[in-house]
Design a binder for this molecule. Structure first.
Ligand SMILES: Nc1ncnc2c1ncn2[C@@H]1O[C@H](COP(=O)(O)OP(=O)(O)OP(=O)(O)O)[C@@H](O)[C@H]1O
Length: 507
């Protein structure tokens, strides 16, 4: 009669687990594992021959797994016959084997203790608070909302917000994106219990799930499939919740904070939750392995706490992360000036150079057109030929001209310089002094400031194209001067200023 760990790879030895004894498994002679990422004391096992269960506790810092699900440092899980244990997540797999024991059926089974949460879940049901399924509503194709249970019951509460994919659930298939609406499982074995316990113990918190679902906007995921999946997840959690699904590139999309304001208005009697207590938990946290930073930036934009799933569910310590290169708040707090730029009384041509969204048109409108320059802009004049003919006519009639296009290459600028020299008019170049990341931020700001946010954004590829085509402007092209134009933030109202100061990009 014995219990053992049987390695998937037969070149490693079996590891016996005597009844009731703690067996430490890690790098070393017992397992013959040499991998330095594996601690010498990676896992502690204790087999119970009576119940045929094996407790598995992760002691080492790198992730181990039970049945393919990470365990977490300091966490003890319970495995049974035929369960798999990865000494390191995805590597060094063993099977739990009980040999020479009577078949399981002949062991008398004690009735299972009803976990605390299920009794209260029944209580919720009796009170009519937790229905079988919740209710769906939508704001067009921009936002879908699922409410389950009486979320208003906990009036004026703090908010515990969670991302969904990669935080509460992951794919069953192990793929990055789910194959279909059934391809999901809870991220950790302990996810349901941890959430139930948290909301039982903290009844001054409301549970909100916020999930960006760009896949729905591009047709990769259907709304019906997504609805079924959310209903299944929520009914297994058994906790009153509001789930926000955000397919659009609108003001609800994390890290922009529109969804939080909506929640506070509709489900918290317009009372702002305490930022010290409220928090958001998500896996888009800017760590090396993360695809984005949007969950962390969402929390930062709201001024609330942030936790990764590893921190919330597994009690792990925070890991290093990288912040975005453009910090909008810093710019607003320390704005530069353009005092170095003067304008002559005589005729001239100014050629603008800058990323899309770098603020060329705003600058031209507020600083140059006010001085009666003729505006040459491809967006309004539509063709390059029309731009050149408008510039030529204006120069011939003695007017100053500003060419407000991106003009990345010498050849783009040369055509205008040729026109000006024909009319013997000096040409200056004004280059927008902003980074790629700030231009992307401006582009998103422009998109969100529109009446129909999410429409008419310049695609990211246009920024890369500008960058790769850019030839730095120099005087030898025929300019009398090349000046850098700083981005001096100016807003028509405080709401716009506040929006600009938030992190708007996902990384
Ligand atoms: N000085 C500024 N202060 C605050 N916001 C600004 C400023 N300049 C531009 N913006 C905002 O940045 C966004 C992009 O600006 P703008 O449209 O002027 O850029 P652009 O370089 O002309 O873009 P494109 O080449 O794509 O037409 C707009 O939403 C605009 O309101």
């Amino acid at each position: 009669m014995t219990c053992l760990l049987r390695p998937q790879d037969p070149k490693f030895p079996e590891i016996p687990l005597p009844d009731g004894e703690v067996v430490t498994v890690g790098r070393g002679p017992l397992s013959k594992i040499k991998d330095s990422r594996c601690s010498r004391t990676q896992l502690e096992f204790r087999a119970n021959y009576k119940t045929r269960k094996v407790s598995v506790k992760q002691v080492g810092p790198n992730e181990s797994a039970l049945n393919g699900t990470p365990i977490g440092i300091g966490i003890e899980e319970v495995g049974k016959e035929n369960d798999s244990v990865d000494i390191l997540f995805g590597e060094h797999r063993y099977k739990i084997v009980f040999e020479g024991l009577p078949p399981l059926e002949s062991i008398p089974v004690k009735p299972a203790k009803i976990p605390k949460m299920f009794s209260s879940k029944d209580q919720f049901k009796k009170d009519g608070i937790l229905p079988k399924v919740g209710e769906w509503k939508s704001k067009g194709d921009q936002l879908h909302i699922y409410t389950y249970g009486d979320i208003i019951r906990r009036a004026k509460a703090n908010i515990a917000g969670f991302d969904m994919d990669g935080t509460i659930i992951t794919t069953k298939s192990g793929k990055v994106f789910p194959k279909d609406d059934k391809d999901w499982r809870f991220l950790y074995n302990s996810t349901v219990q941890k959430l139930q316990t948290f909301f039982e113990d903290n009844d001054n918190f409301k549970f909100v799930i916020v999930t960006n679902q760009a896949g729905m906007a591009n047709g990769k995921t259907s709304l019906e499939g997504m609805k079924k999946k959310v209903e299944a997840i929520v009914s297994q959690l058994g906790i009153p919740v509001v789930v926000y699904i955000i397919p659009g590139r609108n003001e609800y999309r994390k890290p922009v904070t529109g969804i939080w304001n909506l929640f506070v208005e509709e489900y918290n009697e317009s009372v702002e939750p305490n930022p010290q207590e409220s928090f958001f938990c998500g896996d888009a946290a800017g760590r090396k392995k993360d695809h984005s930073l949007s969950d962390r930036l969402f929390a930062l934009n709201l001024g609330i706490g942030f936790k990764t799933p590893e921190e919330f569910f597994m009690g792990q310590k925070p890991q290093e992360f990288t912040m975005p290169l453009f910090q909008p708040r810093k710019l607003l707090d320390n704005p530069p000036s353009n005092d170095h730029i003067q304008y002559p009384d005589s005729q001239e041509m100014i050629i603008m150079v800058g990323f899309p969204g770098s603020g060329k048109s705003s600058f031209v409108k507020s600083q140059i057109l006010t001085r009666s320059y003729v505006h040459v802009n491809r967006d309004t004049l539509k063709t390059a030929a029309k731009c050149l003919s408008v510039a030529d006519e204006a120069l011939k009639s003695g007017k100053s001209v500003v060419v407000d296009n991106t003009n990345p290459e010498r050849k783009d600028r040369a055509e205008y310089i040729k026109l000006a020299s024909k009319s013997k008019v000096p040409v200056r170049c004004f280059k927008m002094n902003i980074t790629h990341n700030q231009a992307l931020h401006n582009n998103r700001f422009r998109e969100l400031s529109r009446e129909n946010p999410g429409q008419g954004s310049v695609p990211a590829v246009a920024f890369n194209t500008f960058k790769s085509r850019l030839q730095e402007p120099t005087k030898d092209e025929g300019f009398t001067d090349v000046l850098l134009v700083n981005f001096v933030p100016t807003f028509s109202d405080d709401k716009k200023r506040e929006l600009y100061g938030k992190y708007l990009l996902e990384k």
